[in-house]
Structure formats: C-alpha cells, structure tokens
Design a protein around this ligand. Structure first.
Ligand SMILES: *Cc1c(COP(=O)(O)O)cnc(C)c1O
Length: 340
C-alpha cells in the first residue's frame, strides 16, 4: 500500500465525481458559453456573498490575478513571511505585477492588525506604496494554522482606515471553516478578493476560484487571458468542483482527526525531535539534529511512504481524501519499524 502524504493535491477523482464530470453540460468558456462553469462560479459566489467568481486553472493564478488587480508596479504587498505568494509562486508578484513583498514575522503564518498597521508606509515619493494586504488561511508553511476571525476583523478595520484592499489566499479556507464552524459568508464580508483551491482537500482534479466584485472580475478576465488561463470546455472540471463543494467539505474534518492521531504517534518516535501541534490537515515535524532530512525521506520511501522536505530538519505530511483510517494505521505501524 503506497502512502502518499506529500500533499492534499495527490487525490484522484472518486467514481461519483467522475460520473458528475461525465454528465456535465459544456461549452466554450472563452466565449462565456459553458453552463457548468457558470454554475460553479454562481454557486461559490453565493456561498461567500460575493458578486462574482472566476474559475482558473490554479491557485497560483488566482493569487497572481488578485495581486495584479490591486497593485501598480513598484508597490508593496504586506504579508506574512511564510506566505505562499512569497515562497511558492516563483517570484510571481515581481514577474507579473512588478511589486515586492513587505514581510511580517507572524505566529505560524498569522499576522495581527497591529503588525499590519506598523508596516503601512507613509506616503512618500521615495518609498514603495503599500497597496495590498494579503492573508493566508489556513497557512501552509505555518503547519495549517488558522486565523481567529476577530483578528481578521481588526485587520479589515486597519485596511479600511488606510484604504487598503484585503486579499485572502484561502487555498485551504474550507479546512479552517470546518474546524471553527464559521460561515463562508462571514469570510466573504471581510475580504475584497478571495482565492480558493478546489484541487486540495476538496479533491477536485484541477482548479481554483477567485471571488470579488463584478468590477474585479471584469478586470480579472483580461488578466486571466494574458496569463494564458482562459480555458474552453472547462465545465468538465467545474463539474468535479461542484461535486466536491456538495460532498467533500464535511469530510475535511476526518482528515484533521487523522492528522492529530498521526502527530501523537510521531511525537513518541525516537527519530522525531519536535512536532508542531496540527490544527488542520498539515503536520510539520522536525527529525533529530544528527539525521539528514533528504536521507530520512529516502528511508520513508523505502517503506512506501512519501513526504516533502520543509526546510532544515522539517518534514511535512499532509492528509487528504485518499488517506483512510487503514492508511493511518499502516503508516503508524511502518513508522514504528524505522530504526534510526
Ligand atoms: C496550493 C496553494 C496555492 C495554490 O497552488 P496551485 O498549486 O497553484 O493551485 C496557493 N496558496 C496556498 C497556501 C496553497 O497551499
């Protein structure tokens, strides 16, 4: 049994999801004629109380479109130093928008209203302009930590005072929502734009959506096109996403439970130095100082367990739809047999 904990993107569509894809009505979305893409965009916009949504091939693209929407060349984006937009989008904010990041050292990827306020630049011709604040929830590099909605409200209020738009990289927002019980509407209220991945824990094969106002989406349509992200019969993918929204949200809680059990098991193993207590489906742990992370990944691979290195002694496990109770049991039993 192969155990793939590299990411929650490794899932394959379930037979039921494939059925939904098979049955989809499609058209050419570049001509704005794909009814299933329309249905997905309307459904998710409504869930979050936003005017419109746009289906894109990836979460990198939805984030990059949002940054482009809100900034001009030479501006600055305020975000946590662990942000995906800073680490894992190949310098996209510089490449696509000509902007730089103003980094905050937060708590597991979460920043506070006071920290945001401190970073906002005075209006001076010799300084970059702070024109966007971007939050990430849950935070990937922060071990899947999620925000307290109260803090987000405070950040929103600081942004309002300074007339700064607020973007959410909500690649795994539903992981946060199932834990806190908060509604998508409460999140929709706080942000100008939201990016959500359907291909992570929700288990769709491809796709992310960007949410915002009608005006945002009119501009976003041009940006998506110039980035090469306009698709054709993408209704087949949208059908999978609709299926995921209808059937897979509640299941995220099971991933979280399995992550906690895995964390407890890891903490007791002799080769583990430290485990970051998981909040959702991401588990980051450090192996002992005398061990080499890459060599350790090879040891795991010999046991048919796959993970990714996360800097220094850190290793990341991500649980997902295809990681069942049986996989969990098997993983723990194999980990216990590792003699290091
Ligand atoms: C996965 C992810 C994205 C987008 O990734 P794609 O692989 O481009 O879809 C954005 N932000 C975070 C926090 C992510 O984990």
């Amino acid at each position: 049994m192969k155990i793939d904990l590299r990411s929650d993107t490794v899932t394959r569509p379930t037979p039921e999801m494939l059925e939904a894809m098979w049955a989809a009505q499609v058209g050419d979305d570049l001509f704005d004629e794909d009814p299933t893409v329309h249905a997905l965009e309307e459904k998710i916009a409504q869930m979050f109380g936003k005017e419109e949504a746009m289906f894109c091939p990836s979460g990198t693209m939805t984030n990059q479109i949002a940054i482009k929407l809100h900034t001009q060349m030479g501006d600055e984006v305020i975000c946590d130093e662990l942000s995906h937009i800073y680490h894992y989008e190949t310098g996209g904010m510089a490449f696509n928008s000509g902007v730089q990041a103003s980094l905050i050292k937060g708590d597991h990827g979460r920043i506070t209203a006071a920290q945001v306020e401190e970073k906002i630049r005075p209006d001076a011709f010799y300084m970059p302009k702070s024109t966007l604040v971007s939050l990430e929830n849950t935070c990937n590099k922060g071990g899947g930590a999620y925000y307290d909605l109260e803090e987000i409200r405070k950040i929103r209020s600081v942004c309002k005072q300074h007339e700064l738009p607020l973007h959410l990289d909500g690649a795994r927002l539903f992981n946060a929502l199932v834990e806190t019980g908060e509604s998508p509407l409460a999140y929709g209220e706080q942000f100008d734009t939201i990016s959500i991945c359907l291909s992570k824990g929700l288990g769709a094969p491809v796709g992310s959506v960007l949410l915002g106002t009608k005006e945002h989406m009119a501009k976003a349509l041009r940006i998506r096109k110039v980035l090469g992200g306009a698709m054709r019969q993408s209704g087949y993918l949208a059908a999978a996403a609709i299926y995921a929204l209808d059937h897979h949200i509640a299941k995220l809680k099971e991933d979280h439970k399995r992550t906690r059990i895995l964390a407890e098991a890891l903490a007791a193993l002799p080769f583990v130095d430290r485990v970051i207590a998981p909040s959702t489906n991401i588990l980051i742990f450090d192996i002992r100082q005398d061990l080499d992370a890459m060599a350790f990944l090879n040891v795991l691979a010999e046991k048919d367990i796959y993970a990714v290195p996360f800097g220094g002694q850190s290793i990341r496990f991500v649980t997902h739809y295809d990681f069942t109770d049986q996989h969990l049991e098997e993983t723990i039993s194999r980990l216990k047999k590792i003699d290091l």
